[in-house]
Design a protein around this ligand. Structure first.
Ligand SMILES: Nc1ncnc2c1ncn2[C@@H]1O[C@H](COP(=O)(O)OP(=O)(O)O)[C@@H](O)[C@H]1O
Ligand SMILES: [Mg+2]
Length: 326
């Protein structure tokens, strides 16, 4: 049987460059050598591709059957690389252009979730001009979380305990994005739930994150290695089912395909489950929770990869049936 020629795109210009490299290492190792021939496309921190970019010209398919973008954050998880792959007419794993861009934007994601009646954290969206507003006020209490709308890895995110700290936090966030989200700080627990596309899409058993710091910040995610994970999460049967339902509904609301990890906050006082965000290219390292959640739910890492490739090929085949002109 002819092997599937799979391209791995990894590295990238975002703050998550190193994680992406580790994700690609794990994926490369887990892809069955009998089924796949792997082609690396490494993007250096300066944005240069090695080897040279997949030419963004229709039909200029460099012999690849499918591409797995393993880039996290800006210029990779946000629809830009997906657009390049569309132009190159290459099937690829994961969300399409629109859902990738939406999921990268915390404000738009929340708006779409709300339009579908899904529970999200109370928040306001402000623009960069707010940096100079000494009277900035929010319609909820402190603490608040101030975030650049489009970023990841907790970069530019501050937990602010009063108005003065909030103004400073807005200044920091404004360095990373012109759109800023200010949310009510939820005192409680934090969870993640993995989703796989297909008909129907399915959700894995959720896990709980127990940050080692005041919140799950950049240090905790990538430097300290002291955050703990509990899989399966300690939740009642009903709570687990509800979280899975919300994960699938969020996946649907943003028009996601292939895979996603939906992150949740649960308020201690009310036990209300709130959607925090959706990640369309979750980590794939040997210690990443996305594959671990699937493993726990009965899908091994290699089988998970086969499923993702299969979903990518099915989508591409379906799209080839569509007309784009009269
Ligand atoms: N509204 C909130 N209430 C409580 N904690 C929050 C809130 N928003 C974010 N956090 C904490 O900050 C972390 C990073 O925020 P998140 O929205 O997930 O951004 P990122 O895309 O950078 O992961 C979360 O994992 C959580 O620990
Ligand atoms: Mg997050």
């Amino acid at each position: 049987m002819k092997k599937i020629q799979i391209g791995l795109i990894f590295g990238g210009r975002s703050g998550e460059h190193e994680v992406s490299v580790r994700s690609a290492d794990s994926v490369r190792k887990a892809l069955s050598a009998d089924r796949y021939e792997v082609h690396d496309f490494f993007i250096a921190k300066d944005g240069r591709w090695h080897p040279e970019p997949l030419a963004p010209v229709p039909g200029a398919n460099p012999g690849l059957d499918v591409v797995f973008p393993l880039l996290h954050g800006t210029y990779g998880e946000d629809g830009t690389v997906q657009g390049l792959l569309e132009l190159a007419d290459l099937p690829y794993v994961g969300a399409g252009v629109l859902a990738s861009a939406i999921s990268m934007d915390k404000a738009v994601t929340k708006r779409l979730c709300m339009a579908s009646g899904l529970p999200v954290v109370e928040h306001i969206v402000v623009d960069q001009a707010t940096v100079n507003d000494d009277n900035l006020a929010v319609p909820f209490g402190f603490p608040v979380f101030v975030k650049p709308a489009n970023l990841g890895s907790s970069v530019g995110i501050t937990k602010a305990h009063d108005a003065a700290a909030m103004r400073e936090a807005v200044k920091l966030a404004a360095r990373f994005d012109r759109k800023i989200v200010i949310e009510r700080g939820i005192q409680g627990r934090e969870f993640e739930c993995s989703v796989l596309g297909g008909r129907p899409a399915r959700a894995a058993a959720p896990c709980e994150i127990l940050p080692s710091r005041e919140f799950y910040d950049y240090e905790d995610k990538y430097l300290l290695g002291q955050a703990r994970f509990e899989l399966p999460a300690r939740l009642s049967k009903e709570q687990t089912a509800e979280m899975q339902r919300l994960a699938l509904a969020c996946f649907e609301a943003v028009g996601c395909e292939g895979m996603a990890r939906v992150d949740f906050l649960m308020e201690a006082a009310t036990e209300e489950i709130l959607i925090n965000e959706i990640n369309t290219i979750p980590g794939f390292t040997s210690i990443s929770m996305f594959p671990k959640m699937w493993e726990y739910s009965g899908l091994s890492y290699p089988d998970l990869l086969d499923t993702l490739v299969e979903l990518a090929l099915v989508r591409a085949a379906e799209r080839r049936q569509l007309s784009y002109s009269r």
